[in-house]
Design a protein around this ligand. Structure first.
Ligand SMILES: NC(=O)c1ccc[n+]([C@@H]2O[C@H](COP(=O)([O-])OP(=O)(O)OC[C@H]3O[C@@H](n4cnc5c(N)ncnc54)[C@H](OP(=O)(O)O)[C@@H]3O)[C@@H](O)[C@H]2O)c1
Length: 297
């Protein structure tokens, strides 16, 4: 395995936005012979200076390597790029590191299988500067033998390159679940900062308290996961009716301060629906019952 890692391989990167360029750089740094293509050709210039070969067309880029990695904005664009070169990709391996939904990943895998293309779906879970670092997390799903075959090359992208299983949608699902935690929790942080600023306070003064509550929230991850899986929400220490009333204070205080209340109102909606469904006496993880069912009109 180690020997393979050090053996230069041919790899093609399609898409040279911020992330695609970082991927190409990491391959180059690991010594792989890297061919690059991007719709806007100028983005290849800094990579060529580092030793990459710029292909003039997608076909030329695909022809250069057995392993083709694509990283563009979404699957609509990905399909526009790869479908016209399906014949050239036949017998090769296509790895998508483009973020989209699990359903799109599964559709892409079915298309690739029908075209005779080996396909692995993946997600990059770190920001651009961390690509290629020992702690960089990348998730992959799809056929195990494809991951094993190309792991020695792909691990140049991050020390925590992790295989999740055969379902091609698995990496996208975990990516979405992680991004949801990232965006929703940090939007809560931004709401608190907006409230503090609206009341004439500096967010920086509040930092030690913000850190304390985020650490507390993190400590609940494991118990909430167990509760969610078992659908068991003991209400001996807290209950959702009390919590819904607490969240109403956030809505009222935000309204009093003259800021937008849509974020705490959305949270309150989940708790209120759980109470309405009969979970008011349960503990906080029971609020998941206000989320599991789609909204009824
Ligand atoms: N940046 C990050 O921190 C980060 C972190 C994790 C995951 N990701 C994921 O990585 C993927 C790429 O993100 P990025 O940051 O590289 O985005 P980006 O900098 O905006 O680059 C977008 C890429 O898509 C291409 N593209 C857009 N529209 C196109 C079209 N109609 N036809 C052909 N190519 C088109 C762009 O080509 P042009 O240069 O010609 O416009 C460029 O190569 C996304 O799925 C993103 O979610 C990004």
């Amino acid at each position: 395995m180690e020997e393979n890692h050090k053996t230069p391989q041919n790899v093609t990167v399609l898409g040279l936005g911020a992330m695609g360029s970082a991927l190409a750089k990491a391959f180059l740094k690991a010594g792989h012979r890297t061919t690059v293509w991007n719709r806007s050709a100028d983005k290849a210039v800094p990579l060529v200076e580092k030793g990459a070969v710029a292909a003039a067309t997608v076909s030329e880029a695909v022809a250069a390597s057995e392993l083709v990695v694509i990283c563009v904005l979404n699957y609509e664009i990905l399909e526009k790029i790869v479908k016209p070169v399906a014949d050239e990709l036949q017998g090769k391996t296509l790895v998508s590191l483009t973020n989209d939904t699990p359903a799109k990943a599964r559709q892409m895998a079915s298309w690739a299988q029908a075209e005779g293309i080996d396909y692995l779906d993946g997600s990059v879970l770190v920001p651009v500067p961390e690509v290629g670092q020992p702690d960089a997390l990348l998730l992959y799903s799809g056929p195990r033998h494809i991951f094993d075959k190309y792991f020695p090359v792909l691990r140049a992208l991050g020390g925590k390159s992790t295989y999740l299983g055969e379902d091609p949608g698995h990496a996208a699902l975990y990516d979405i679940a992680m991004m949801n935690i990232f965006y929703t929790s940090l939007t809560g942080v931004l709401h608190s900062y907006a409230l503090l600023n609206a009341e004439g306070e500096r967010a920086e003064e509040f930092l030690p308290f913000g850190r304390q509550v985020l650490a507390l929230a993190g400590s609940f991850l494991e118990n909430f996961a167990k509760s969610a899986d078992k659908k068991h929400y003991p209400g001996d220490l807290d209950n959702i009716t009390m919590e819904a009333a607490g969240i109403a204070h956030i809505v009222h205080a935000s309204r009093d301060a003259g800021i937008n209340v849509s974020i705490p109102e959305a949270v309150k909606g989940a708790f209120d629906r759980a109470v309405k469904a009969g979970f008011g006496a349960n503990g906080m993880p029971g609020a998941i019952e206000g989320i599991r069912a789609p909204e009824k009109n």
